[in-house]
Design a protein around this ligand. Structure first.
Ligand code: CA
Length: 226
């Protein structure tokens, strides 16, 4: 069952209908207080969370949910709310979609986030995505079986992306994990590294297939799912 926290009745109904077709049950909470009442008494697989709610900021629910539950939280937000989206992701939300959104896209995001939260994959030694094969033991990358030279930082960055496929990663999150705590605000620095990495792994850097830009928010490493 999925909890839809949304005060706009048209959107809530649209979502509920869509999930019904997908044989997924839903409950709608039209305010924070209703959501807080429903959360402890039901077993939800995921939460879809609107940010603007009549009794306050939906963002504050993220921490409450994260305290007890390891379920995907997908943010529904307006397009101009980048700062809010970033704050939500940093608080532990899994993903976001901006209004107007496609229900199919939203469903795909939920499935992808559910897969990630259910199986915490052990650290792997090798990752294969499309034409790319990364081996963390020998520190090698091949593209179509041809070796590609990466600097240690580029390698760490790509490895971090490959460990988190299809997940939106904020600039701050990537900088913290790959470079360390002191680098969290060095967005331009990250951008430079992304550019050089893209030149090495992408066919067309103007239309990247692997490292996709989430405008003003961060990046998402795209991995096709069967
Ligand atoms: Ca709203």
């Amino acid at each position: 069952m999925i909890l839809i926290v949304e005060d706009d009745r048209a959107i809530a109904t649209l979502l509920a209908r869509f999930f019904e077709q997908e044989h997924t049950k839903t409950l709608v909470a039209n305010s924070k207080s209703v959501a807080l009442r429903l959360l402890p008494t039901h077993s939800f697989e995921a939460v879809i969370l609107d940010l603007g709610l009549p009794d306050g900021d939906g963002k504050t629910l993220i921490q409450t949910i994260r305290k007890d539950l390891n379920i995907p939280i997908i943010i529904l937000s307006a397009r101009h709310e980048e700062a809010e989206i970033i704050a939500c992701l940093d608080l532990g939300a899994d993903d976001y979609v901006t209004k107007p959104f496609s229900t199919k896209e939203l469903f795909a995001r939920i499935r992808s986030a559910s897969r990630r939260s259910s199986g915490t994959p052990a650290t792997q030694n090798s990752y294969t995505v499309g034409e790319l094969a990364l081996n963390t033991q020998n520190h090698t990358l091949t593209k179509n079986a041809i070796p590609i030279k990466l600097t240690p930082t580029e390698f760490s960055l790509l490895e971090f992306f490959m460990r988190h496929p299809n997940q939106v990663l904020t600039h701050k999150h990537i900088l913290k994990e790959v470079w360390g705590v002191g680098y969290q605000t060095q967005t331009q620095y990250l951008r430079t590294y992304i550019n050089t990495l893209r030149k090495k792994i992408e066919m067309d850097t103007t239309r990247p297939k692997y490292i996709q830009t989430e405008s003003s928010i961060g990046y998402r490493f795209f991995q096709l799912q069967e």
